[in-house]
Ligand binder design. Sequence first.
Ligand code: G3H
Ligand code: ZN
Length: 288
Amino acid sequence: MLVHIKDIISKAQKEGYAVAAFNTFNLETTLAIVKGAMNKNSPVIIQVSETTIQYAGLKPITHIVKTIAKNEAVKIPVALHLDHGKSFRSVAECISAGFSSIHIDASDLPYDENVALTKQATHYAHKHKCWAQGELGNILGQKDVDAGLTEKDTERYMTDPEQAEKFIKQTEINTLAPSVGAMHGLFPGKEKIDQERLKKIHEKTKVPLVLHGASGVSNEDIKEAIKNVVVVINIDTSLRQEFSRSLRETLMSNVHEIDPRKILTPPMAAVQKAVEEKVEIFGSTNRS
Ligand code: G3H
Ligand code: ZN
């Protein structure tokens, strides 16, 4: 069933587990996410990025998620969220489309500009009964690794707990995406969560924390982060990797198959399996 994100996050916060926010980009991934979550009897957040909106169209992808949530996910709560919205326009369009939560990511801007845009988007979201996520600090990714950033460098991109406290007061966001050592993409061994920083951010802010870039974070670090009050965990790369790996294998071992439904069935199963594994680690099994 389609629910407001606040229902999912409030329950997770009260009961002490984390909910996965999986990125979708098409019908197949959305179905696989929902089937995986249903098998685990787990709540789930399905999120779309601006790149997915460009690829699939806002209305088509919204309808895919909503209709699957309503008609397939009959026994589990599903919430729809915008991931890394970079502009007010993007946020406003998703709110009109019926999202219950948006992420305004102005973290690349200087602090005051980040506050101004986040505040504007948050006030608009609240006026429309929608939750808003803000981002402070820089969550690094492939281009930063390519630029040769070392672990020492990454520290200065992390969120400052004192500044986070001020940011929450100024913007009134509902959830915060801090930078604490995870990176967008898979960089095994390079992604180490600064648990002390996470604890301090929680103490200072008290808002539900969202761990971005979790695909390459070790299970131990994830579990510790949940103890340190991460309530939502974003997973994108792991699902895309599983989808693509399985698709490649399927095509290579069935070179004459021309029925896309047959070709796309194994990738869906691979995504579903990855979803089930993550949900189990995050502790949201049987919490629907
Ligand atoms: O916003 C989405 C995420 O932070 C996903 O990160 O690609 O490392 O799983 P990931
Ligand atoms: Zn992210």
